[in-house]
Design a protein around this ligand. Structure first.
Ligand code: SF4
Length: 290
């Protein structure tokens, strides 16, 4: 049987709870909309489009100008996602507080980016040259048929010969969790398979707190290979009993519950066949908040 195409998100879902993986990836059951996913998509879009601007239009005070631009991009994409925000069952004030928080994160990112621009300019480049030099490749899909895995990498930087694969997160804590580490390890593997050499570093732009990186070495790549193989071996079956429930605080917490809680703990009828819908994964590969 052909191996199912996996992603960092599907693999981390399996590790979090095999039953949840079954509901999502076998039965293609829908999940409820989440503020973290919607605002994460909007923040990603704003950052992606930031790098499309023509730096020549900014003549002076690039830091303040970039802040104005990122806030305008945020407003534009926030507006375009209005329908999704309306589905969240949140009042206007709550949504606005997320908007302000996201704005603060993006401005924080611009401050860090501008520090890098200043460092380049202190070496003699003008703003357009520094901006172009620091402009990464964005939102690139990598795929391996041999491993049957694919991933979308938010940012690929190549500055002065140092290659870094970076992901944006709006998480509250700036900490590379096991799930994030595995996601990054899979990116490193996919990059090596495509280019024949390893990136130097992988990491996360925690938009609230700053960046954190891991060096890429053989051990990290093997970490990805191990889990990809494990998950392929564990997801061959189509039978629900082969996907045990893994109860944890992620089943139910003070302000909410897993999308499948009613099926696991309240006896709600589980569909017998996969639903006829295309499961659309969020573009970012994390299975938690962006
Ligand atoms: S409610 Fe708990 S056991 Fe059930 S799918 Fe969700 S995480 Fe898994």
């Amino acid at each position: 049987m052909a191996k199912r195409l996996q992603s960092p998100s599907s693999i981390n879902t399996y590790l979090q709870c095999p039953r949840k993986y079954y509901f999502l990836y076998h039965l293609k059951m829908p999940t409820s909309p989440s503020i973290h996913l919607v605002r994460g998509s909007v923040a990603h879009l704003a950052l992606e489009h930031l790098y499309q601007l023509l730096p020549e239009v900014i003549s002076e005070n690039h830091r303040e100008n970039l802040k104005v631009i990122i806030v305008e991009l945020l407003k534009k994409f926030w507006k375009e996602h209005q329908e999704e925000f309306n589905e969240l069952n949140m009042n206007e004030q709550e949504i606005q507080s997320y908007f302000e928080e996201t704005k603060g994160m993006l401005i924080n990112y611009i401050n860090q980016f501008s520090d890098k621009v200043d460092a380049q300019m202190s070496r003699g480049l003008d703003f357009p040259e520094a901006f172009r030099k620091l402009t990464p490749e964005v939102e690139k899909e990598y795929r391996s048929d041999d491993y049957s895995v694919r991933g979308f990498i938010d940012v690929i930087e190549n500055h002065d010969g140092i290659v870094r694969l970076m992901d944006y997160k709006t998480s509250k804590r700036a900490h590379i969790t096991d799930a994030y580490k595995l996601q990054l390890a899979i990116y490193a593997l996919l990059y090596e398979l495509e280019h024949g050499n390893k990136p130097d570093e992988v990491g996360i732009y925690f938009l609230k707190e700053g960046e954190q990186v891991l060096p890429v070495n053989e051990e990290l790549v093997k970490h990805a290979q191990f889990y990809i193989e494990q998950i392929h071996a564990s997801t061959e079956s189509d039978h629900i009993d082969d996907y045990p429930m893994k109860t944890s605080p992620l089943c139910k917490w003070s302000s909410g519950q897993c999308d499948f809680y009613e099926y696991c703990f309240r006896g709600k009828d589980i569909p017998k066949e996969p639903l006829k819908r295309v499961y659309k994964e969020p573009k970012s590969d994390s299975n938690k908040s962006f």
